[in-house]
Design a protein around this ligand. Structure first.
Ligand SMILES: C[S@@+](CC[C@H](N)C(=O)[O-])C[C@H]1O[C@@H](n2cnc3c(N)ncnc32)[C@H](O)[C@@H]1O
Length: 246
């Protein structure tokens, strides 16, 4: 049981979670406009590639799902036998995600969205095969509590995959590397320009939020009981894929 200091800390963390999710709650429509684009969806697809093989009919949890684009990409790629639950602490993000589900993806009967704090999930232990978080962990006020909770709900042999901004990346290096990473920039200049805009915004915002680097994420993952922790750069080094297993 937490002592008086512990409960004060917990209430501070709860207040921080509410404050951060309010930013995304207020900006949900704007955020959706910025990220509802092909290159963002492709970035989410690459996160799924990084996760590696999954069991048949995987149970997937999309952490901090925002307007739901990641959940839709994963559901479409994994097929109807998979189930995808997107959770987000910001109610307006979940409202946008549900609206997209109803209007654009009525065929995806295996996707649902719930308002939830990733540090306190209403899920049974060992009930998830893949937990994925795209641009998520650096936002949460208590990443250790979130990783412990994700570890609890993941089944034995389950996978956690994250795509996080990498403190070591720079916009200049990314601008040099991205065009040679095999993407279809020239034939889709408008999409490329939109993506570049969202990358700059992402970089500036994540810098201000004190983003994580690989060694800190590795420590947090190991402390939460994960093993087989690995990292790979993505988005020209602005981001990193972090993969770990239970
Ligand atoms: C940068 S957005 C990423 C959204 C989406 N994954 C994407 O890539 O477009 C981070 C999201 O995490 C959510 N979030 C922040 N703290 C959270 C928490 N403790 N539990 C659940 N969601 C949280 C925010 O509300 C926000 O929608």
């Amino acid at each position: 049981m937490a002592g008086p200091g512990g409960s004060a800390l917990q209430s501070l963390e709860r207040r921080c979670t509410i404050r951060h999710s309010r930013i995304f709650d207020t900006a949900a429509r704007l955020y959706d406009l910025a990220t509802d684009q092909p290159f963002w969806r492709e970035a989410i697809g690459r996160m799924l590639d990084a996760a590696g093989p999954l069991p048949p009919a995987p149970r997937v949890l999309d952490l901090g799902c925002g307007p739901g684009h990641g959940a839709f990409v994963m559901a479409a790629r994994l097929g109807p036998s998979a189930t995808v639950l997107g959770i987000d602490a910001a109610p307006r993000m979940i409202a946008v995600a549900r609206r997209h589900l109803a209007r654009r993806h009525p065929d995806l009967a295996n996707v649902r969205f719930e308002v939830a704090d990733a540090a306190r999930l209403d899920l049974s232990g060992a009930s998830i095969d893949l937990a994925a978080g795209h641009s998520f962990l650096y936002i949460v006020p208590d990443p250790a509590a979130v990783l412990a909770e994700v570890r609890r709900v993941l089944a034995p042999g389950g996978t956690l995959v994250l795509m996080e901004p990498d403190a070591a990346g720079t916009l200049l290096r990314a601008a040099r590397r991205l065009p040679i990473e095999g993407r279809d920039w020239v034939r889709r200049p408008w999409a490329a320009a939109r993506f570049a805009g969202s990358m700059v915004t992402w970089r500036v915002y994540s810098r201000g939020r004190g983003q994580l680097d690989a060694s800190r994420v590795e420590r947090l993952m190991r402390d939460a009981g994960f093993r087989d922790v690995s990292f790979a750069p993505t988005l020209g080094g602005l981001g990193m894929h972090c993969v770990a297993r239970t």
